[in-house]
Design a binder for this molecule. Sequence first.
Ligand code: BEZ
Length: 326
Amino acid sequence: MKFTDLFKKVAVIAAITLSAGAYAKDMRLGLIVPASHEWTKAAEAMGEELKEKSDGKYSVTVFPAGQLGNEAQMLQQLQTGALDMAFMTVAEITNRSEDFGALFAPYLVKNVHDSGVLLNGPTAQKMLEDLPGDVGAVGLGFGGASMRLLLTNFPVDSAADLDGRKIRITPFPPAKDFYQIMGAASTPMPVTDVYDSLANGQVDGVDADLELVWRMKFYERGNTLLHSSHMMFPVVGLISNRLWMQLDDEDKELIGTAAKKHLNGLFKTYEKVEAEMLDNIKGTGKITVTEAGPEFFSDINQQWEEIWEERTPVLKDLRKEAQSIN
Ligand code: BEZ
């Protein structure tokens, strides 16, 4: 073989190897929830699938438990490209893009199943289009969590019992308004601080969900669990604008499809684990579980609605769409 032919061959092999190497991408994905949380499990499963389907071109390293910072910090990292992906609470998005607050309307949906239908419907899906402009990241799809409820360290018979009480909320306006209308002192607090705060009396109750109450053992510190299912609590899959713009259509499709599949899978997961967790909590005998529906909050829901109808026109569209879900 002539030297020039050999040189050409080596150059071609090097180019192929280099381009394969250059395109291999390990994506860093952040979450605030612990490793044991269903959102983290879904992120890991998505990473496995991507690795397999892309023959190793894409992989995902998952950083749970706020290892990369809180959600506001993770949003900044997504904007600069320091972080590639996140499974983030829609609550945090609401702090930057007010329309998303409409998704937290009290009793917008009855249960996790219906939240999955609504979040995959035209209004919610259209809202994802605002994300690149509003938060600097592309929304790949929604997932769910178990429905919101209220755990208190004092007996509760009616919403009036919450008047003047300190209630822990996720730091975002829809929850703040809901408890303020009730006359409670909305106390914003990350989920990691809740157990100790209940124990030391810093708060009298927490707005949470069955997964937190069971897996983070909040029931050990409570008197009453008001199983109210008063709001849904969606999660959104995000990928940084910077990375998204570098991808070709085929890779966008691959990543987008895997993300949506695993986020959407959370609706089925929670339909199942919600029932199990409720049974587990009841089985401890440590807390009184009281069932409650919209009537428990009487006109509080309506007052919330009036505030938010003024803030975002999307609320009316979501309500209309939700009414058509069985
Ligand atoms: C919360 O703030 O209550 C929360 C945060 C992440 C996942 C689920 C709940």
